[in-house]
Design a protein around this ligand. Structure first.
Ligand SMILES: *[C@@H]1O[C@H](CO)[C@@H](O)[C@H](O)[C@H]1NC(C)=O
Ligand SMILES: *[C@@H]1O[C@H](CO)[C@@H](O)[C@H](O)[C@H]1NC(C)=O
Ligand SMILES: CC(=O)N[C@H]1CO[C@H](CO)[C@@H](O)[C@@H]1O
Length: 327
């Protein structure tokens, strides 16, 4: 075989192994390697101060518990104080954290006038802040042309503007300290626009724009920015979903038998991504991971597949059922 033959074969081998990895992996290839070879870095979270918003349920709750396992000190924010107390107890139960190591800071994050005071409370209590996790907002199941404008505005308020406001306050502090890490929960819907979640996809794409710009602006600083993009995860996201109508929620929940990534696995991968300072990570079970790669690298093929498979199949991949009936 001549030199071109060798190069060609190596290239084919590379493509082939990549494809195999994508078939078995529940996350993107870089994160997969980090989760195997970069695990030790998780120990550096010990005694770091981590502020998690949306910590009372879903992925936020799981991320909080994982940080507690690695000995990080925690600030928990969400609206419901009772639920935060419950999460705090779970965090302290592992014996690595004392009462003072977990600060409960109930707040409605859309009330941006409270952000500065809340941030000062964190510094008062811990004297420092190392990591901010802007956790994912509410999702949506709706038909594009029926979405009412107040729904769009409310979702941008919640998923975009409140996050920006808090990140800006914290960013100024990180820049003064010359270190820090901001992570935000986006979604696979921030990579592929998902049908029947127009506003949701819109808010997630907006976050990618805002934080992508921030990453480039601060490229020479030592401040980490990680965009976490989970696909379907077992969580109580569905009942709180927005629909098309202002003030309405979807109501039904997932079944525990639904084929989704567990909250624990998702949280573990999120921590690996942050510990290894990865810029953007994707997490989803087969075949969604493969479909995500297709949409990004072969958009034409993925649109063609969508046409062939049909919209109900896509809904089933996401929710294991058809959540939005079309007429
Ligand atoms: C907070 O959570 C508790 C326990 O789940 C629930 O009973 C209560 O209604 C919630 N409060 C609000 C304001 O949602
Ligand atoms: C794929 O899509 C791109 C952008 O929409 C277009 O420019 C290109 O011609 C398409 N390729 C094929 C083979 O259809
Ligand atoms: C920091 C911040 O405001 N985060 C919020 C981002 O948006 C979602 C929307 O629900 C909130 O849950 C987060 O707390």
């Amino acid at each position: 075989m001549d030199i071109f033959g060798i190069i060609g074969s190596l290239y084919l081998l590379y493509i082939f192994s990549y494809a195999i990895l994508l078939l078995i992996s529940d996350c993107d290839v870089r994160l997969l390697f980090a989760s195997i070879f970069g695990r030790r870095k998780l120990n550096k979270f010990k005694d770091k101060v981590v502020w998690v918003t949306g910590a009372s349920s879903g992925i936020g709750e799981h991320i909080t518990k994982s940080f507690a396992e690695y000995g990080a000190k925690l600030v928990l924010t969400a609206r419901n104080e009772t639920e935060l107390e419950r999460v705090k107890r779970l965090c302290c139960d592992n014996g690595k954290l004392s009462e003072e190591d977990v600060l409960i800071l109930p707040m409605d994050v859309t009330d941006v006038s409270k952000h500065q005071a809340a941030f000062e409370k964190v510094l008062q209590h811990f004297n420092q802040l190392d990591i901010l996790i802007n956790n994912a907002g509410r999702s949506q199941r709706a038909i594009w042309e029926n979405i009412e404008l107040p729904v769009d505005k409310e979702m941008f308020e919640l998923n975009v503007f409140s996050n920006l406001s808090l990140s800006r306050i914290v960013m100024k502090y990180f820049l003064e300290r010359k270190k820090g890490h901001i992570a935000l929960t986006s979604s696979i819907a921030g990579i592929i626009p998902v049908p029947f979640s127009a506003t949701y996809s819109g808010t997630k794409f907006a976050l990618h724009g805002y934080y992508g710009s921030l990453r480039r602006e601060k490229i020479t600083s030592r401040i980490g920015i990680t965009i976490l993009c989970p696909g379907p995860v077992v969580s109580n996201l569905l009942p709180a979903c927005f629909t098309e109508k202002a003030g309405e929620t979807y109501g039904e929940s997932h079944k525990t038998t639904d084929s989704r990534m567990t909250g624990e696995r998702c949280a573990f991968l999120c921590l690996v991504a942050i510990a290894n300072n990865l810029p953007e990570v994707w997490m989803a079970k087969f075949p969604l991971m493969l479909l995500t790669y297709f949409s990004v690298y072969c958009p034409n093929v993925s649109l063609w597949m969508l046409k062939k498979l049909g919209l109900n199949a896509i809904q089933r991949l996401r929710d294991q059922r058809v959540t939005v009936q079309q007429s």
